[in-house]
Design a protein around this ligand. Structure first.
Ligand SMILES: [Ca+2]
Length: 246
């Protein structure tokens, strides 16, 4: 069964307990070889700076190229707009349907036991952020092998890193739905997951998350099209990235 992942706040304390109980099961810092990582660990990045509006089936050119994705939409296009650097993508309005980017699963997008970070720059209003929105995720809530996810529910950013040891959640202290650009990043280093807003750590959960590798694609801007619980992103997005450090 596939289920939503947005109801996280009540269980943060329980997650910490779970993490403590299973800390001995894994050791951070070891790694499994992946295909030719770039020196800075970038495995996926989208700058969105060039090209026309993107429609269903269009390629979204990634850097490195092998991390390119495909637009999935039930109607609306992903339009270009001024970004935090160059141009950005404007996701569909509240009543305009759904559109996401799907990057096929690659083993190089799974952190396994390694330190990693992922995130994006986002800009949206309080009205756009009234519901739950996912920014970047690899896997469903109950994905075999685990999940990583950056979300903004009711405008409040949050991270999920769900590995073999525990589902570790980090929630930000405040909404970022103010119509200005904000860079959001989730970072796991050792037995700690942190949320960074505009380059500063704003929340950390000290818990071992463990081994994380799944067969799911990376979705940018929401869940798979056609599902009833989309967590569709609204607003603008720029500079999406996944970096894995070995
Ligand atoms: Ca850009």
């Amino acid at each position: 069964m596939r289920s939503r992942a947005s109801r996280l706040r009540p269980v943060v304390g329980a997650l910490l307990t779970t993490a403590v109980l299973v800390t001995g099961a894994v050791t951070a810092g070891s790694s499994v070889a992946a295909a030719a990582p770039r020196p800075d660990g970038t495995r996926l990045s989208f700058a969105f700076d060039t090209g026309p509006a993107l429609r269903h089936g269009d390629e979204v050119r990634g850097d490195p190229r092998r991390s390119s994705g495909t637009v999935r939409t039930d109607g609306p296009a992903l339009k270009r707009a001024k970004g935090v650097s160059g141009r950005a993508l404007r996701f569909p309005c509240l009543s305009c349907g759904r559109a996401i980017i799907e990057v096929p699963d690659r083993s190089s997008l799974d952190p396994r036991l390694d330190a990693f970070s992922f995130g994006a720059a986002v800009r949206f209003s309080a009205r756009q952020a009234a519901g739950s929105m996912n920014v970047v995720q690899k896997g469903w809530h109950d994905e075999p092998g685990g999940q990583y996810k950056l979300q903004v529910d009711a405008g409040v950013p949050g991270c999920v890193v769900h590995g073999s040891a525990a589902r570790v959640v980090v929630l930000g202290p405040a909404s970022v739905a103010d119509g200005a650009w904000h860079t959001l990043a989730c970072r796991r280093v050792g037995a700690e997951v942190s949320l960074l807003v505009d380059g500063a750590v704003v929340a950390t959960t000290p818990a071992e998350s463990g081994h994380l590798a799944n067969a799911a694609p990376v979705w940018v801007g929401g869940k798979e099209i056609g599902t009833g619980d989309p967590d569709q992103f609204r607003g603008r997005m720029d500079d999406v990235f996944v970096r894995i450090l070995r």
